[in-house]
Each structure stands twice: as structure tokens, then as C-alpha cells.
Design a protein around this ligand. Structure first.
Ligand SMILES: [Zn+2]
Length: 458
């Protein structure tokens, strides 16, 4: 008797592309079954328009029951993304198939999925992770190119004008250089960054972008090697620059010892801020934190200030799992769907205009202050609401354009390892609402993929 196969179809909003309705899925699966010589025992269908949120799927559950009772000896689906919506579901699926005697799975689009061997399961669990390793030599080449450029001592350019220098980095701005030298002397003499930044604010001295100095910004500025005419690359000093120095290399060395990581810098971890504690009744955000063993973890920090429960998950395997899941998601028609939602609309034009206006006003106030035409108090009173206005408008724009992080991705799997952390974070944030981490069922640092549930945005 031929193998009795179950066909599973799911209609969903999440990855639906043209012609992916249930009828089309079923038809393709039937042709696939015939090609394999399997009989179609039953067709299970779910209408799952709420997508990844973990809503029950009666058809899927009925299919698992049929596998458990032995009525069904094989599974056919259009693509793996029809079958599992989360690592947790994949694990349940794997267990069910194994207990029923290694029931085979075949898909129209992705071929056979070998869940009967450890290797096959590892491939299924890490989804597209292998592509990442294949492309690593490619990203190595790109890194070398950037390093070469840095080693030539060229001004790094791009972004905002560096405080103390003209935009092209060729000349010093004398007033600003004096502020840098004064701040450097005072901090090296023992004054705190906070005190010096507060004093600069008091005196109405703005940064190169016209905003008021803050402790973190001042610290970042002082530890930048370009102030002593040196070129930095990847956090290291790699060459003598081709531009004039404001501080001495010895001063830079001292600031870099005082602020080894650059104070106030945003966290350079892939997932901090996106992870939510899944322990019952907790729900705190997880923070990246070094642990005793020399590796990093995301942790639900306990203690009076944070009030978390102490749950923790190792950083690297989680980063790899989420990267693989996002790459997989973006390699599907979902990407096209998101990008179509990305154009600039009227609300944006209003917000862009607000930002431009406020920036002009800031520059004018900054200039008036520099020319001593307004008092410090008046300057402060003008700057604060303008800064708030810009921040609010930029937040609104970013909120509407999470998806613009997805433009020009190209071959995402190949490019992923060479993208900067900030870019990878933006891409993840564009498609992932948040990620819940359940408490570990065993002690120790071994990573269990079934603790992870991804809540997708679409
Ligand atoms: Zn917690």
C-alpha cells in the first residue's frame, strides 16, 4: 500500500505572495504527492490571518493527531514556512515525527526536509544560518578594503561635521579648538565630564550640530583620536592622519584609558531592547550584560532599580538563531510586501518640514549666541523646545519608516555578516515586534532554541 500522506495548507498574511492561496497550495501539493507516489489521505487547512502571534491552528493540531495515531505516514506542504511559525512549533513537530517513526516531510518549494537525522534537524533549526558562514570570506575582503583606506590616513568624512574642524577636515575652527583644549585640560585635571558639559551649556556654547553639550557627547568627543591627528578604524588607532591636530596623542591616550568604551555609546549588541522576559508575571526588557565566564548574556536584571527576575540567555547562539530567522523571513515574498508599504506620504512631508525648520531656528539661535546677541538664559530657553521638537518629529518619521531599513538589501543572506550592527538591528526591528525568552528548563549555559518565540510585525 502506498504511503498515506497529509497535505497541510495555511493561508496567512505573513508571507503570502502572488498565487499562494489555499487552492493553489493544495493543487501544487497534490501534484507533488503524485510525483512521489504517495496517496493523499487528508488535506488540513488553517486560515491564520493573524500570522505569527501563536493563535491556535485546529487543522495543524488535527494533522499532528493523525500522525500520532498512525493514520498518516508522511507530510506534504507548499513550503516549510507553512508548517512552523516559531522554533517552539518546530521542536514539537520534530518530536511528533520521531515518536511516530520518523515520518517523512516533503515540500513543493524547498524539497524534502530531513528531520530524522541530527544534521537535518540542525539545518531546520538554524534555517539559513549556513549561508552566513559561506559568505564570511566575502565580508573579510570588505573589511580589509576599509582598513586599507584607514591606514592611508585619510579623513573619514561623512556624517556630521567633527567639532573643532571644517567639514572637509582640512582646517581647524579656532573657537571650537579652544573649547576642546579647555575641556581636555579641565577633565584631565580631575573635573567630571558632567560638570564641564554643564558649564559649556551655561556659557551657551553649542556642539557642531547646534545642540547643547551633554556628558556622553563630550566624553565621545574627547576620546576621538582624530583630535590628535590620528586615524581610527574599528575602535583602534591605525595611522597618522593627514589633518592638523588639536590635542596631543598623549592626551588622546589618556582619554581612551579613562573612557575605554566611549561613555554613553548605544549598546553594540544585536538584540538589546528587543527581548522580553517570558517568566510568568515578569515581562521586563532584557539587557546585555557580561557574565563571569567571559561571554555575554541578555539578562532580566534583578535588584532594586531594575526589578527583574534574573532570567538570562547566552548572547551568541541567540543572535545566530534570530539572524537566521530574519534572513529566512526576508528571503520570502514578505520583503516585497513590506517594501511596497514604504513610500513617503504627506505626514512625512510635514514632519520633515518641522525638522528642517527647527534645525534652521537652532542654527540661528546658536549664531545669535555666538555673536553675544542673546543671553545664556534666553539661548537655553530657546534650544530645549527646539531639540524636543526635532526629536519628536524624527521619532514619528522613524515609526512610519521602520521598513525603509529594508531597502536595497540585495542578497540578504550573503550581506548579513558584513553589515554593521546598527544596520542589522534596524533590519531586525523592521520585521520583528519583539522576542520573548522563556525560562530555561535545565540549569547551565546550554542554549535551547525552544525558549525563543519571535513576534513578527506582519
Ligand atoms: Zn524576568
Amino acid at each position: 500500500m502506498p504511503i498515506q500522506a497529509a497535505i497541510y495548507c495555511r493561508i496567512s498574511k505573513d508571507r503570502e505572495g502572488a498565487g499562494l492561496g489555499v487552492d493553489r497550495q493544495e493543487q501544487d501539493c497534490r501534484v507533488h504527492a503524485a510525483a512521489l507516489g504517495w496517496d493523499v489521505h487528508a488535506v488540513y487547512i488553517d486560515n491564520d490571518l493573524s500570522a505569527y502571534s501563536g493563535k491556535p491552528r485546529p487543522g495543524y493540531e488535527a494533522m499532528l493527531d493523525a500522525i500520532r495515531s498512525g493514520q498518516v505516514g508522511a507530510v506534504i506542504a507548499w513550503h516549510t514556512d507553512r508548517l512552523h511559525r516559531s522554533p517552539r512549533e518546530l521542536e514539537t513537530f520534530i518530536d511528533t515525527l520521531r515518536e511516530a517513526g520518523d515520518v517523512p516531510v516533503s515540500t513543493v518549494r524547498a524539497g524534502d526536509i530531513d528531520l530524522a537525522t541530527p544534521t537535518g534537524r540542525a539545518v531546520a533549526r538554524t534555517l539559513g544560518a549556513w549561508a552566513r558562514y559561506e559568505s564570511e570570506h566575502k565580508s573579510e575582503r570588505i573589511r580589509r578594503k576599509h582598513l586599507q583606506l584607514a591606514q592611508s590616513g585619510a579623513w573619514s568624512g561623512g556624517g556630521n561635521r567633527a567639532y573643532g574642524y571644517t567639514k572637509d577636515g582640512k582646517s581647524i575652527v579656532p573657537d571650537e579648538a579652544a573649547v576642546i583644549r579647555e575641556a581636555a585640560d579641565r577633565v584631565l585635571a580631575g573635573e567630571s565630564l558632567t560638570a564641564v558639559a554643564a558649564d559649556l551649556r551655561q556659557r551657551g556654547i553649542p556642539t557642531s550640530t547646534g545642540i547643547a553639550w551633554r556628558q556622553s557627547h563630550l566624553g565621545r568627543t574627547l576620546r576621538s583620536a582624530h583630535l590628535s591627528g590620528q586615524r581610527e578604524h574599528g575602535g583602534e588607532i591605525v595611522a597618522v592622519g593627514t589633518w592638523p591636530a588639536i590635542l596631543t596623542p598623549a592626551q588622546t591616550t589618556r582619554f581612551r584609558r579613562m573612557y575605554p568604551k566611549g561613555p554613553g555609546r548605544p549598546p553594540k549588541t544585536l538584540l538589546s531592547g528587543m527581548l522580553v522576559c517570558g517568566r510568568d508575571g515578569c515581562g521586563h526588557r532584557l539587557l546585555a550584560k557580561p557574565t563571569g565566564g567571559g561571554y555575554r548574556a541578555y539578562s532580566c536584571v534583578s535588584g532594586k532599580e531594575r526589578g527583574g527576575c534574573g532570567l538570562s540567555v547566552t548572547e551568541r547562539p541567540l543572535d545566530a538563531l534570530i539572524s537566521a530567522a530574519v534572513i529566512e523571513a526576508l528571503s520570502t515574498p514578505l520583503l516585497g510586501q513590506l517594501m511596497r508599504a514604504g513610500g513617503i506620504d504627506e505626514a512625512d512631508q510635514v514632519d520633515y518640514a518641522t525638522v528642517a525648520e527647527a534645525r534652521t531656528a537652532l542654527a540661528e539661535v546658536g549664531q545669535a549666541r555666538a555673536d553675544s546677541k542673546v543671553s545664556t538664559a534666553a539661548w537655553m530657553a530657546a534650544v530645549t523646545p527646539l531639540e524636543a521638537k526635532i526629536e519628536a518629529a524624527e521619532r514619528r518619521i522613524a515609526g512610519r519608516h521602520r521598513h525603509s531599513a529594508l531597502n536595497d538589501l540585495g542578497d540578504i543572506a550573503a550581506r548579513w555578516p558584513s553589515l554593521p550592527v546598527d544596520r542589522r538591528r534596524a533590519i531586525i526591528a523592521a520585521v520583528v515586534e519583539h522576542i520573548t525568552i522563556a525560562p530555561a528548563s535545565t540549569r547551565g549555559q546550554h542554549f535551547h532554541a525552544d525558549r525563543v518565540s519571535i513576534v513578527w510585525r506582519v
